[in-house]
Design a protein around this ligand. Sequence first.
Ligand code: ATP
Ligand code: MG
Length: 205
Amino acid sequence: MIEIRNLVKSYGKKRVLNIEEMIINTLGITAVRGENGLGKTTLFSLISGLEGDFEGEIVKKGIEEMDITFVQQNFYLLKRSVYDNIAYPLKIRKWDKNLIKNRVESLLEQFKIEHLADKNASRLSSGESQKVAIARALSFRPKLILLDEPTSNLDKDSTFLTEKILTQYVRQEKAGVIMISHDNEQINRMAEKTIELKDYLKGVN
Ligand SMILES: Nc1ncnc2c1ncn2[C@@H]1O[C@H](COP(=O)(O)OP(=O)(O)OP(=O)(O)O)[C@@H](O)[C@H]1O
Ligand SMILES: [Mg+2]
């Protein structure tokens, strides 16, 4: 569970978020919806710990900081091979070399990007990059994955494939996904719960 209470986040004089209470399940898939500029990305930056400057409390129960990952809306990849990008979280966690190889190869296969393994990530298309970013996030088997519009650059087939991978992942690993999406059909296909951000904001707009 993520328990948010009396959260206020401002940029300069502009108050972006003001949330009395929001409880988010960290098992299964939760979608977060809301119009452009409403504060979704800001909320995820706070939950992920990327942004620490706020008032109020965000309590994570039953989940460790190191088991959380965040795929940002403007994610960036290392200027190294696709293989190295997906292997990176495993290298820093000191996984055994053979285990890294198995895990990376499995993810390349799942996302159908084996042919890109040796390609420098700086030369990928935007859709290819997005798949690599998600594969990299899943690599170390996190318990909670925050995804900010994870299929915004993907075509239909890749969107469905990614949805299937994420849904299976959550089930197999007993993990959680919290994802921002503007796509109602996607939300219907994937999410057990939807958070309509505007319903939680008071006196902001
Ligand atoms: N670093 C920043 N400095 C100043 N203002 C910011 C900053 N980041 C975001 N904002 C403002 O905060 C508000 C919320 O932005 P945020 O990126 O969280 O919206 P969003 O709901 O994710 O929108 P979108 O659907 O377009 O991605 C916007 O008005 C934006 O202009
Ligand atoms: Mg955003």
